[in-house]
Design a protein around this ligand. Structure first.
Ligand SMILES: *[C@@H]1O[C@H](CO)[C@@H](O)[C@H](O)[C@H]1NC(C)=O
Ligand SMILES: *[C@@H]1O[C@H](CO)[C@@H](O)[C@H](O)[C@H]1NC(C)=O
Ligand SMILES: *[C@@H]1O[C@H](CO)[C@@H](O)[C@H](O)[C@H]1NC(C)=O
Ligand SMILES: *[C@@H]1O[C@H](CO)[C@@H](O)[C@H](O)[C@H]1NC(C)=O
Ligand SMILES: *[C@@H]1O[C@H](CO)[C@@H](O)[C@H](O)[C@H]1NC(C)=O
Length: 651
């Protein structure tokens, strides 16, 4: 009795109302079951605690209650779906070739199919690549990489042979690079799954487990649990996120001493390590940068809203600013970034882009807000367009120097030193991305993780994971996407250039053996865009699901706190150029289409002439009689705004 009472007392009011669910099945579970999970220390991953849903409530940080019938779907660590059913060998080991042998080594295939080198793209900037990486960080988690770097660092040692999680990649003796070194093994672990965590029995098909929410909701800024947002994110004044002013710039809060995951910070000068609700905001350089910008944008919006609506309280300002921030992110992602790679006409034809600037609504409660396992996977193809260096430019556009991007992973400290942030920002809209051309940057495939590992090949890992995810052969996805059937290698000529078909014949025995990623690497790119067709197909399948299944999607006229038509028209004006004008350090001029390089048709332009989202569309008539009241919220917001404007104009 005492124990029970104690339990009730320490459980907060919030938790008392909450209902426990099994994360995997989404069914309700009893307190006894939760206690069993507590004992196994699996509660965090295997159970989901959800307050009763309110149909009128906006988007929750933890993603729950998105689908009112299946309330856990949309929350973090809930299952993905598969576009095609899994295929494995026995014991969920990678499938064998048609003739019953192991498939060729991943590293052998990578070095055979893709060349190493550097060729800049004539059109795109590195801002496009960085925005894309940031988008994937919104729906993924890093733990698979952290696992073999930190948690199980022994996969290439004898101990690794005794751990089923260790699946390192063998390097053949005649490897083009490592024939000159003694490295014969690259660390890798199996993808984390509901089975590996211990949520469900391991005699079932491995189901990937992810900590971010599976909807586009800026998890990298707001986190994936309410607790984390309340503790690390909110300032509780003026609707703002916590912030620091350091070196005359505005930043997310930094960890003061110890802790944090900024393992590559070069002490003592590099000290910033961002302490945001989601650790993912300290990961790859591109993610780190965009996280800072969207963090600032939240405060920029909240400050604007508090001027327009002085009677709004902190909560109202915070949640409205978050909703607008997510909408701006989604608008730029769908209407500006996607057309660059996937082609405006194609996306329009396939229903990804709205035919009119008005609302659209095709909500389908029968579809869960989920991501497919294939969607983030095929996006790894973009590793081939990853530039190895980050070029720094001064605010006049003069090239200063370059830094290897692999040295920037888990290192936010670099941005805080001197004027680095200004230089990096300029570089993002001036430097060319790497061209999509069957060539991959040597840093990406030989260094990979900077000082975290002696050697690493990100694309070899990509190909190897293809097999641990149990994806069907490439030609099955071709069949699914294009209703074409492939019996012989020569049938591939529909999709792949003749020389590359020859290459595939040399490395695979049978056309059915070809791994999904190997096929995508070699496909001819789509008409009107710059991505392989099978990647296009899998991504579009996902985006259409997002549009139909995310009840809080910003273009809907009927959703809790839906935008008015006028408000939606303001959101439509958002561009990445405006984002950098608003929150980029010392950005006064930028090209209007900043995913494209500066050229005579896309010249630098004064920020004053670049359209912006006018927050007056959010004016609340209820505030009219109170506009002279300056409350505490307003003052703190005003302080931020003044500080911000002072810094931005302080050249
Ligand atoms: C329980 O899990 C948490 C997070 O997953 C971990 O940090 C902690 O060390 C674990 N505790 C034990 C006793 O295994
Ligand atoms: C499942 O777990 C058992 C016991 O821990 C282990 O012996 C077996 O290899 C595992 N099987 C798989 C497919 O992980
Ligand atoms: C990048 O990191 C490597 C080792 O981790 C180091 O040797 C190299 O000097 C670094 N390069 C720069 C430009 O910082
Ligand atoms: C594999 O990980 C271990 C432990 O972190 C490290 O010592 C070793 O250098 C790594 N192997 C490679 C090829 O980087
Ligand atoms: C503002 O105050 C005036 C008089 O005090 C009142 O007539 C009017 O209805 C109020 N307006 C709003 C929007 O509350």
């Amino acid at each position: 009795m005492f124990l029970l009472l104690h339990f009730l007392l320490v459980t907060s009011a919030y938790a008392k109302l909450a209902i426990n669910y099994d994360s995997f099945t989404g069914t309700q579970i009893s307190l006894e079951e939760v206690k069993r999970q507590d004992k196994k220390n699996t509660t965090f991953w295997c159970t989901t605690q959800i307050e009763p849903c309110d149909p009128e409530e906006g988007r929750r940080v933890d993603g729950s209650c998105n689908n009112l019938r299946y309330v856990t779907r949309g929350a973090s660590h809930t299952p993905t779906y598969r576009v095609l059913p899994a295929v494995y060998n026995k014991n969920f080991e990678p499938r064998l070739s048609k003739s019953g042998h192991s498939l060729p080594l991943a590293r052998f295939l990578r070095t055979s199919l893709l060349a190493e080198g550097r060729l800049p793209d004539r059109q795109l900037t590195t801002l496009a690549t960085n925005f894309l990486v940031f988008m994937t960080a919104d729906v993924l988690s890093l733990h698979d990489t952290v696992k073999f770097i930190l948690w199980k660092p022994y996969c290439c040692q004898p101990k690794g042979k005794t751990d089923r999680d260790c699946v390192p990649n063998k390097i053949p003796d005649d490897d083009p690079v490592h024939r000159f070194s003694n490295i014969r093994c690259l660390n890798m672990t199996r993808p984390e799954s509901f089975q590996s965590i211990g949520c469900i029995k391991n005699d079932t098909v491995p189901e990937r487990i992810i900590s971010a929410t599976p909807t586009f909701d800026l998890s990298t800024v707001y986190g994936s649990t309410l607790k984390s947002l309340l503790e690390k994110g909110r300032l509780f004044q003026g609707g703002l996120l916590k912030y620091e002013v350091d070196n005359d710039r505005i930043w997310p809060p930094s960890i003061k001493t110890g802790g944090g995951v900024c393992f590559l910070n070069q002490k003592p000068q590099e000290t910033r390590c961002h302490n945001t609700p989601e650790d993912g905001a300290n990961s790859l350089a591109g993610v780190n940068l965009l996280s800072v910008w969207f963090w600032r944008l939240h405060n920029f919006i909240a400050t604007g809203l508090s001027k327009v609506n002085p009677c709004w309280n902190d909560d109202k300002l915070f949640y409205t600013a978050r909703d607008i921030n997510i909408a701006i992110f989604s608008q730029i992602f769908f209407y500006e970034l996607l057309p660059v790679y996937f082609g405006h006409e194609n996306l329009f034809r396939d229903g990804v882009l709205s035919p009119t600037p008005g609302f659209r609504d095709n909500y389908n409660e029968d579809l869960f807000p989920q991501i497919s396992l294939e969607f983030p996977y095929v996006l790894r193809w973009f590793h081939t367009t990853q530039e190895g260096n980050m070029n720094l430019y001064d605010t006049q556009g003069n090239y200063l120097k370059k830094v290897p991007i692999v040295n920037m992973t888990l290192r936010t400290g670099f941005f805080g030193v001197g004027d680095n942030m200004d230089y990096v920002t300029q570089g993002n809209f001036r430097q060319a991305a790497a061209k999509a051309d069957y060539i991959v940057d040597p840093d990406v495939v030989e260094v990979g993780l900077g000082a975290h590992q002696r050697a690493s090949d990100i694309l070899t890992n990509d190909l190897a994971k293809n097999r641990y995810f149990g994806f069907q052969p490439y030609i099955k996805y071709r069949e699914f996407c294009f209703k074409q059937s492939f019996k012989t290698f020569d049938d591939l000529l529909h999709a792949i250039d003749p020389e590359r078909v020859e290459l595939l014949k040399e490395v695979y025995e049978n056309v059915e053996d070809i791994d999904l990623m190997a096929g995508i690497w070699l496909e001819r790119l789509i008409e009107g865009g710059q991505v392989p067709p099978t990647l296009y197909c899998i991504v579009v399948e996902q985006l259409l699901r997002v549009l139909a299944s995310d009840r809080h999607w910003y273009e809907r006229p009927h959703r809790p706190n839906a935008f008015s038509y006028e408000q939606l028209q303001e959101i439509r004006k958002a561009t990445v150029a405006r984002l950098l004008c608003d929150v980029g350090d010392k950005v006064t001029h930028i090209q209007r289409q900043a995913f494209y390089r500066i050229n005579p048709n896309n010249p630098l332009c004064n920020c004053e002439n670049i359209d912006f989202v006018n927050l007056w569309a959010w004016k609340d008539p209820k505030c009219d009689n109170q506009s002279s009241q300056f409350d505490a919220f307003y003052n703190s917001a005003l302080f931020f705004h003044n500080q911000f404007m002072k810094l931005k104009t302080n050249e």
